[in-house]
Each structure stands twice: as C-alpha cells, then as structure tokens.
Write a protein that binds this ligand. Structure first.
Ligand code: NAG
Ligand code: NAG
Ligand code: NAG
Ligand code: NAG
Length: 473
C-alpha cells in the first residue's frame, strides 16, 4: 500500500516537472493533437517530436515574396548550424543569374550544403549532384499580372525591352510588346514569362504550343514537392511547416524587399488579361499551382489551416513587437535607415525599396542572442548573404585546419553530407527526380565555362532540341 502511494506520488511529481520543463512544447503539441476538426493534423508528424527535415532547395523566383522566404531559410540554417550553398563572389549574391545554374557557381567554403536558396536559373540535374538525395524542392509563384507590374517598375532602368517604351508606360508596352521586346537581349527574362525562365523553361515558346506548356507544368509538379503561392503566403507556410516537420518558430518572418506604396500602381481593368496573354506560360503555371495549393489546404481542413494561420500571426506579432519596442516596425526608405547593414538594394531612382531600422534602444534588456535575431529578421538579402559567407568560411577554415590539407571536392563528384541524414519523415513525394534526357546540365548547350552574362548564345535557345514532352526545368 505504502509502496503504491510512493509510486503514485513519484508519478505525479515527474509529470508536474515534465510539464514545467516542457510546458511550451507540450501545450502546443496537445492542442494540436486533440484539436477537434483537425483530423489530418493528428496523422502528421507532431512538431518538436519528429526530426526536422533539413535538406531544402528553394528556387527563389523574382518579385514573389521569395526574399522573405530566403531570409526565413537563412535564419533556420544559422540556428541549426546548417551549411547554405552560396555563390562564388564573381557571381555576386545570385548564382550568376541569368545563366543556367552549375555547381561551379557555388563557393567551395559552402560545400557540401544542406540548403540552397539564392537566385538562380533552375537546373535540376546540377542541383541533384550538389544536394543530398532527400532534398525537398520548393518554389513560389505569384499572380502574373501583379508580378509583371512589379517587374516592369523594378527593372525599368535595367531591362532594354522596358527602357524602349515611351514614358515608361506599361499600357504602351502591352499594346504592342513585340515592338519593344527582343527575346535574346540582356535582361529579356524580366520582360516575358519570368517564372518559366527561372524554372529553367523556354520563356519564348509560342502559346500555341499547348504540349509544351502541359509538359512543363507536369515537370514542375514532379520535381517540386511544394509550390508556394505569394498571395497565400501564410497558408503556404502552414503546408511548408508540416512538410518539413518544423516548429511554428521556424516559419516566423517580417516582409522584406517591398516597394513604397508610391512606387506601385493599380492596373486598369483591361491590363490583367493582356499581361496574362503576354505571359501565357506563367499564367498557366500559376493557375495550376494555385489550384493545387488549395486542394492541399482543403485536404488538411480549412478550420485547421485557419487556426494555424492565426497561431502563426500571433507568434509573429509577439516577436516583431519584442524587436521593435512594443510596436510594429515602421517602413523606411533606404536613406532613412541608419544601419547600412539594413539598407535594401535600390533598383533605380524611380522605385523606392523600403526596409526597416532597429530602434536605438534595442540593446536595453535584451540578450545579444535576442538582438541578433531581431537584426537578422530584417537584414536584406545582399548583406545577409555576405554575413553567411563570412561565418561559413570561418567554420570551413577551422574544420580544415585540423586535417591534412585537402582540396575541396571537385564539383563533378557527388557530394556527401556531413550531417546525419534524417529519416524521410512521412514525405512520400521526396525522391530524387529521374534524369531527363534534355536537362540543361546534360544537353549539348550545357554551360560549364563562364560566358559573359547577357550573351545571347544559349539563353532560352538551348533548352529544347527535339521533342518538347521531356522538357527539363
Ligand atoms: C551550433 O554550433 C555551436 C558552435 O559550434 C554550438 O555551440 C551549438 O550548440 C550548435 N547548435 C546546434 C543546434 O547544433
Ligand atoms: C507622358 O506622361 C505624361 C504624364 O503622365 C503625359 O503628360 C505625357 O503626355 C506623356 N507623353 C507621351 C508621349 O505619352
Ligand atoms: C487561388 O485559388 C483559390 C481557390 O480556388 C481562389 O479563391 C483564389 O482567389 C486564387 N488566388 C488568386 C490570387 O487567384
Ligand atoms: C525603446 O524606446 C521606445 C520609445 O522610443 C519605448 O516605447 C520602448 O519601450 C523602449 N524599449 C525598451 C526595451 O526600453
């Protein structure tokens, strides 16, 4: 009897101490597990209990909220000591975009990687050689008409096809695109089917070629486990979190790389249809993957999704308020931002890309770790890429100083990951995509030697020779 009581007391004390120690995790776990109306949540791995998936290739598309996503991945990598593949310095902060990606563009101090996210033109075959075999491929799309308006204003002073347009008028461009657009000149990829181009496709394939568009969508579907949608960013993050078994804390963000409201314009009613027609391949991709996003969300249960989006926004607001002195942060133009590490890159004098500054009293009552998190949360991509390259190079040198000098593995060899491989946690679609006979990395036009950016040879022309049905990304 006494033994039984002692045993019971022991059980009670253990349970209480467990609750005290793991209160946060248990609370969210139990809430999740027993939330009525969320049956599909129960069958998903419970966050905090399953190992997180750490091998991610995020194809960063242009003007799609992808900078916000990149920042989130950078922070995840830093917290978990993961290596992020970064560009060699001669590529700047992009992997020599718009040239098709090859592993020669990756800085040797950032090998072998767990995560890759800087801008590139997608090349599945090369990424497959670089990344671990259980890498999850993710990308993000945005509705073509608002995206094109954004591209038109952002690259107005760079892209020749836009510079030719009188009065920088979007209407004039759409009235007769072919009188301004040259498929093979520098920066033409910003002027037509940019999403298709970034994904490795042929932006100038005539819309009449329905077989090509269909095969291309199918290929994207096969390679990418998740295609996020910028207009439904938080909902996309819910799917991402479940796919990767990440915690809510792993998907908190502050929106980055935005224009001032003054740099944006609303479209007259007839423009969206014209934009979709001009960017027919992108429109088709978008419609397909927006529909498929909503199918996945509806499979998870709208109530569950809504609840998780609420939790995400609440946690986000708490974090942001703690960083910005109890208030939401004020957007500032680059000139107003005192800390130069926080000034976003400006595309031209006509467009203001806004950013944030930290409050001067940030250090008061905060650990240096908390300050660091606040800083990284709003750090623009160019600076963050440099910061990461510095810290990873330091780590690389430390690791290799203790060993006999060894040349970095030539990129032609398959890379091994130094990290313990996680089990494939319920990710039924993660498989290395099968090799495609027409991959940009294996085709006759494959780029292994540097070519000046903007060279016309190869851009958009080398992709499809022969049957379009096996077009690679
Ligand atoms: C990351 O590395 C640092 C220094 O080597 C170590 O102190 C820390 O515990 C590591 N963190 C994780 C999550 O592995
Ligand atoms: C250019 O735009 C300005 C202001 O919107 C307008 O007054 C002018 O007539 C336009 N010029 C041409 C050539 O369209
Ligand atoms: C995406 O699809 C959903 C569901 O069909 C629809 O409600 C939503 O308006 C679409 N989003 C955009 C931006 O078209
Ligand atoms: C920082 O200053 C702002 C006002 O400028 C104030 O509201 C906030 O409480 C201060 N934060 C700390 C941590 O002192």
């Amino acid at each position: 009897m006494i033994q039984k009581k002692i045993f019971l007391a022991f059980v009670v004390i253990s349970t209480v101490s467990l609750l005290l120690h793991h209160g946060g995790h248990l609370e969210s776990w139990t809430m999740e597990a027993f939330y009525l109306g969320c049956p599909s949540l129960r069958s998903h791995p419970s966050p905090g209990l399953e190992p997180k998936h750490t091998h991610v290739a995020f194809l960063k598309t242009h003007k799609t909220a992808s900078t916000t996503m990149q920042n989130l991945l950078f922070r995840f990598a830093e917290r978990n000591n993961l290596t992020v593949a970064l560009p060699v310095q001669s590529c700047t902060h992009q992997f020599c975009y718009p040239r098709t990606f090859t592993s020669h563009f990756v800085h040797p101090h950032t090998l072998p990687p767990s995560i890759i996210t800087n801008h590139m033109r997608f090349n599945r075959a090369e990424l497959q050689r670089l990344m671990p075999t259980d890498t999850v491929y993710i990308t993000i799309l945005r509705e073509p008409s608002s995206m094109f308006e954004s591209l038109f204003s952002y690259y107005n002073q760079y892209c020749q096809s836009f510079k030719r347009v009188p009065n920088s008028s979007l209407e004039a461009f759409l009235e007769d695109p072919w009188s301004y657009y040259r498929p093979n000149e520098k920066d033409s990829m910003y002027a037509r089917n940019t999403l298709t181009f970034d994904l490795g496709g042929d932006k100038d394939r005539p819309p009449a070629d329905a077989g090509y568009a269909q095969a291309f969508v199918a290929e994207v579907e096969r390679v990418f486990t998740l295609v996020m949608i910028a207009e439904h960013f938080d909902e996309s993050l819910v799917l991402l979190r479940h796919l990767l078994s990440w915690d809510l804390d792993d998907v908190l963000y502050v929106k980055l790389n935005m224009r001032t409201p003054g740099s944006k314009r609303s479209l007259s009613p007839d423009l969206p249809a014209k934009i979709r027609q001009w960017n027919a391949l992108d429109a088709r991709l978008y419609d397909h993957f927006n529909a498929s996003l909503w199918q996945q969300l509806s499979a998870m249960g709208p109530a569950c999704v809504a609840r998780e989006v609420r939790l995400l926004r609440k946690a986000q607001e708490r974090l942001v308020r703690s960083c910005f002195g109890g208030r939401m942060p004020q957007l500032r133009s680059a000139a107003q931002i005192k800390n130069k590490d926080l000034r976003p890159w400006q595309p031209s004098a006509k467009v203001d890309i806004v950013g944030y500054d930290l409050p001067a009293n940030l250090s008061q009552g905060r650990s240096s770790q908390a300050q660091e998190l606040c800083l990284k949360l709003i750090m623009p991509e160019v600076q963050y890429t440099q910061v990461l390259l510095r810290s990873q190079s330091l780590r690389y040198r430390r690791n290799y100083q203790q060993r006999p000098p060894q040349r970095p593995q030539p990129p032609e060899q398959p890379m091994r990951s130094p990290l313990p491989r996680h089990q494939q946690v319920g990710l039924h679609r993660i498989q290395p995509p099968a090799a495609s006979p027409l991959g940009p990395g294996s085709g006759p036009g494959s780029t292994t030697t540097p070519r000046p950016a903007g060279g016309t040879q190869g851009r958009g022309t080398k992709l499809v020779q022969g049957s379009s049905q096996t077009e690679s990304l």
